[in-house]
Design a protein around this ligand. Structure first.
Ligand SMILES: *[C@@H]1O[C@H](CO)[C@@H](O)[C@H](O)[C@H]1NC(C)=O
Ligand SMILES: *[C@@H]1O[C@H](CO)[C@@H](O)[C@H](O)[C@H]1NC(C)=O
Ligand SMILES: *[C@@H]1O[C@H](CO)[C@@H](O)[C@H](O)[C@H]1NC(C)=O
Ligand SMILES: *[C@@H]1O[C@H](CO)[C@@H](O)[C@H](O)[C@H]1NC(C)=O
Ligand SMILES: *[C@@H]1O[C@H](CO)[C@@H](O)[C@H](O)[C@H]1NC(C)=O
Ligand SMILES: *[C@@H]1O[C@H](CO)[C@@H](O)[C@H](O)[C@H]1NC(C)=O
Ligand SMILES: *[C@@H]1O[C@H](CO)[C@@H](O)[C@H](O)[C@H]1NC(C)=O
Ligand SMILES: *[C@@H]1O[C@H](CO)[C@@H](O)[C@H](O)[C@H]1NC(C)=O
Ligand SMILES: *[C@@H]1O[C@H](CO)[C@@H](O)[C@H](O)[C@H]1NC(C)=O
Ligand SMILES: *[C@@H]1O[C@H](CO)[C@@H](O)[C@H](O)[C@H]1NC(C)=O
Ligand SMILES: *[C@@H]1O[C@H](CO)[C@@H](O)[C@H](O)[C@H]1NC(C)=O
Ligand SMILES: CC(=O)N[C@H]1CO[C@H](CO)[C@@H](O)[C@@H]1O
Length: 758
């Protein structure tokens, strides 16, 4: 309680970090279920709307974006359906070629809508600056829209729309669900996603529609002004028969200030309510992504269930969340476990599920959800969250009995039974390395899978097979959490035998804690490190120039860091990376040596990871395999780019470690509630080292605050000015060869709401 009194004094004296969130109009975090806000990000205007009937994100290409096509996207979490339309300027023959089409969404016109068959969805009024025509149009599955946008124009004719009724003022485009019957039965009509274009009263807009007689050919749909007015309005609606999810309002999602049991939690909650902190808007944004039944990962691309994203977001936000919302995340994950005990990465629903089921030769499943179990990390993130909730946080006190007794709805069994299965599966995965500590007993990507952890690709892992985060942080952290839950009799011990004798979960954890890091150790001697660094900055795909090296210091020092992953032969992928953040956030008893690596990593890029606009997640500067330089450059989704959640994990994890040393070690106030360790870590008494760690923390926050406008987005990249040696934020979509874009709001990036920097 001494700690509490002390930091209360501190809390009142806080000068809060004012995060640069864009202002959202009107609505407050009251009990109203209405959400309506707008965000400019990544070359798009993003509009968000939720009421008690529907929920949707709409995007339009920003007016100042130089692309000639104006892209309209609507994405609805219900069924993960939507529509994508590229509007193109219509040349009248007398026009200058390439003349610009202006297209904007009229303020306050985005709202919910329903048709006479009780299909529901959204509508908005668009303002056109000139005659236009419809380019590529996809109606239906958001995943089919992503395939087109990110897959170099991939389209599959099973997702084609058909032209419905049309005249001069109304055009219906419909995509019939893949598993809809082909009967002409009227009541089957609901098995459609529809895009409806119409003309609001008094608008001079008209449609000129030419059906296409070619099989699968798209009709020509022109939109023009029937008067001398060049500006005209068109109403756009996207509708389906999917049942809308029930959203969690900010007041359901987060604790009220009266519930706060520590000064840190109180301050974090006050910021959410306080308009001047900018975070009241953030509370609405994260609310848009959360539903009673599940949390979604980000919009527009990931408005569906993702296990990893929701569990990491939960770990960071849990101290300020209500029991109801915490249990919503936990139950969504548990409900989707498979019968072996693996956890689901992504849930494919709606029409795209029919497509996947057909691809998997199981068309009889219709549009039953497809759950994907390819990731190796998701299952390891559950128990640390569960143990933290039931054992450390006030919200979880006395909740375990009712929670564990619940019957699952998506499968048979109680939560207790499913959790036993998951923990037994994890334990079994960990035993081989306990028995024999050779690298090939570490957890590898699953056979035939190019992905397995958050760096979602072969390239992202530098073509490694054994990821660092999974093996050094998440396996032992998961085992330790299970050990605590067994001690408190919330779980029972997994029954599994090695050489006839049961091995305690804690002993298995210890083997992993003590013997995994060594495989990932990379050391590059001074002169060689300098040579590689010079080669890196001069590489054409990096092109930073040697000027920056004089700014980053540390010349000719031996460079030591942990590899991104191990290759099949056990050799380390020598890419400097941010995944040590998982050890800081999830591990118990981290060593001084690991923290020294943290100090190294938190140095200016390209010697470390820190730029003036955030922390990059990978840096191949010291890699002896120089082909990784081009593979993991600033255009790559997991290259030298900034992921906000990684910054949150690093900042939160570092605060977690520094706070173990007692008051004032960290510039981040203790919001998370952790048990007091039996003894203060020995490195805390090394004042010089503690200072180095604190300095690293300050550098990290300076870097983070350099792009505070982007904090809650998914990912961004940099542009570099060789004159000033400064970085500026750049949009990934416009540089990425695959068109990979960044979500304007991303659940786990809101982990920052659980961090209060003093
Ligand atoms: C939905 O909200 C509207 C406006 O707030 C209200 O009039 C209506 O009764 C609500 N409908 C339901 C089903 O809650
Ligand atoms: C385009 O406008 C948006 C605001 O609508 C702004 O955030 C962005 O920086 C602008 N981009 C350029 C390249 O001017
Ligand atoms: C529409 O809303 C935006 C953002 O809130 C605002 O900047 C703009 O002035 C509004 N336009 C009109 C015509 O009210
Ligand atoms: C066009 O079709 C719509 C919807 O079917 C109808 O309401 C409207 O009256 C029609 N307009 C004309 C000009 O025929
Ligand atoms: C039409 O479809 C509905 C729902 O599938 C079914 O209940 C009904 O019997 C069908 N009617 C006819 C005439 O086939
Ligand atoms: C019909 O579709 C074909 C194939 O996509 C296309 O080449 C043709 O231009 C279309 N015709 C019209 C009238 O839109
Ligand atoms: C728009 O299209 C209409 C109908 O084709 C045409 O009469 C008009 O001249 C066009 N306007 C412009 C500015 O090209
Ligand atoms: C779906 O369609 C059926 C039949 O028209 C209707 O009764 C039901 O209300 C619709 N549900 C939704 C969520 O649109
Ligand atoms: C569950 O998922 C794991 C991991 O992908 C897999 O090995 C196992 O076979 C799956 N179980 C079933 C019954 O499909
Ligand atoms: C779970 O289902 C069983 C049998 O199906 C039932 O006896 C039990 O009461 C249910 N438990 C809860 C918490 O609803
Ligand atoms: C649940 O149990 C019942 C009865 O044993 C069985 O028929 C059904 O297939 C099971 N459901 C699932 C999803 O395993
Ligand atoms: C109307 C429509 O959507 N047509 C598309 C059908 O799918 C093919 C590709 O498989 C496209 O080329 C058509 O434009």
């Amino acid at each position: 309680m001494v700690v509490l009194a002390h930091s209360l004094g501190l809390g009142l004296a806080l000068s809060l970090l004012v995060l640069g969130v864009r202002p959202a109009p009107s609505t407050s975090t009251s009990t109203s279920s209405l959400l309506s806000f707008q965000i400019s990000s990544g070359g798009n205007e993003n509009f968000f709307y939720r009421d008690n009937q529907t929920s949707a994100q709409v995007l339009l290409t920003s007016p100042n974006n130089t692309a000639s096509a104006r892209r309209f996207i609507a994405a609805l979490p219900a069924g993960n359906i939507g529509a994508l339309v590229y509007f193109l300027p219509l040349s009248s023959g007398t026009d200058e070629q390439g003349e610009h089409l202006g297209l904007t969404l009229l303020n306050d016109t985005l709202t919910s809508t329903a048709d006479e068959l009780d299909n529901v969805g959204i509508q908005a009024d668009l303002l056109f600056s000139r005659n236009a025509t419809l380019g590529v149009t996809i109606v239906g599955a958001v995943r089919a829209m992503r395939d087109y946008v990110e897959g170099g124009g991939t389209m599959n004719s099973v997702f084609n729309y058909t032209l419905g009724e049309f005249n001069e003022t109304s055009v219906w485009l419909r995509h019939r669900y893949i598993n809809a019957s082909s009967s002409s039965n009227q009541t089957q009509n609901y098995k459609y996603t529809s895009l409806h274009l119409s003309v609001p009263s008094s608008s001079p807009a008209r449609f000129s529609v030419t059906p296409n007689t070619t099989v699968n050919g798209a009709p020509t749909i022109n939109i023009y002004s029937s008067t001398q007015d060049t500006d005209f309005q068109v109403r756009i609606r996207v509708l389906s028969n999917e049942t809308s999810l029930v959203g969690l309002n900010p007041s359901t999602l987060f604790l009220t200030e009266g519930d706060a049991t520590t000064p840190g939690v109180l301050v974090a909650l006050q910021r959410l309510r306080n308009g001047s902190s900018g975070l009241a808007d953030a509370a609405q944004q994260v609310s848009f992504l959360t539903y009673e039944e599940k949390f979604t990962a980000g919009g527009w691309r990931f408005l569906t269930y993702f296990g990893r994203d929701t569990l990491i977001a939960l770990r960071l936000l849990m101290p300020i969340m209500t029991s109801e919302s915490i249990e919503s995340v936990l139950s969504a994950v548990i409900e989707r476990a498979n019968s072996t005990g693996a956890l689901c990465h992504e849930e494919t629903i709606g029409d795209y599920a029919s497509f996947v089921n057909i691809q998997n030769h199981q068309p009889e499943l219709g549009n039953e959800p497809f759950y994907d179990y390819k990731m190796i990390d998701t299952g390891l993130l559950l128990f640390p969250a569960l143990a933290h909730y039931f054992l450390d946080l006030p919200q979880g006190q006395n909740r375990q009995s009712q929670f564990l007794a619940r019957n699952a709805t998506l499968q048979n069994g109680t939560y207790a039974e499913i959790l036993e299965r998951i923990s037994t599966y994890n334990y079994a995965r960990a035993l081989p390395f306990h028995a024999n500590q050779s690298y090939n007993n570490l957890l590898s990507l699953r056979p035939g899978q190019p992905v397995g952890n958050w760096r979602d690709s072969n390239e992202g892992l530098g073509f490694g097979l054994y990821p660092f985060d999974v093996n050094t942080a998440l396996v032992p952290a998961s085992l330790r959490a299970v050990e605590r839950l067994i001690e408190e009799e919330i779980l029972s011990a997994p029954i599994f035998h090695v050489e006839e004798s049961q091995v305690a979960v804690g002993s298995v954890a210890k083997s992993w804690e003590e013997n995994t890091l060594q495989f990932f150790e990379v050391e590059v001697a001074g002169e060689e490190a300098e040579r590689r660094l010079k080669n890196f900055v001069n590489n054409p795909s990096v092109n930073l120039g040697e000027g920056i090296l004089s700014k980053v210091g540390g010349e000719n020092e031996t460079t030591r860091f942990y590899a991104l992953s191990l290759k099949e032969d056990g050799s380390p992928v020598e890419v400097l990376n941010s995944d040590i953040s998982f050890n800081l956030m999830y591990s118990s008893n981290v060593s001084k040596e690991l923290l020294e690596h943290v100090v190294n990593v938190l140095r200016p890029y390209p010697r470390g990871l820190l730029t003036n606009i955030g922390m990059v997640v990978a840096n191949p500067a010291f890699d002896s395999n120089t082909t990784n330089i081009g593979i993991l450059d600033r255009r790559a989704y997991h290259g030298t780019v900034v992921w906000s959640f990684q910054q949150g994990l690093m900042a939160g994890g570092l605060a977690r470690q520094l706070n173990l040393c007692g008051m004032n070690s960290s510039i981040v106030m203790e919001v998370d509630i952790n048990p007091v360790p039996p003894s203060v870590p020995s490195w805390c008494s090394d004042t010089q080292f503690l200072q180095a760690l604190s300095d690293a923390e300050k550098r990290l926050w300076t870097s983070i605050e350099g792009a505070s406008e982007n904090l809650f987005t998914e990912v961004w990249t940099y542009a570099f000015n060789n004159g000033t040696n400064e970085f500026t934020v750049a949009d990934l979509a416009s540089l990425s060869p695959s068109g990979t874009e960044s979500d304007a709001i991303q659940l786990w990036s809101y982990g920052f709401l659980g961090l209060v920097k003093e």
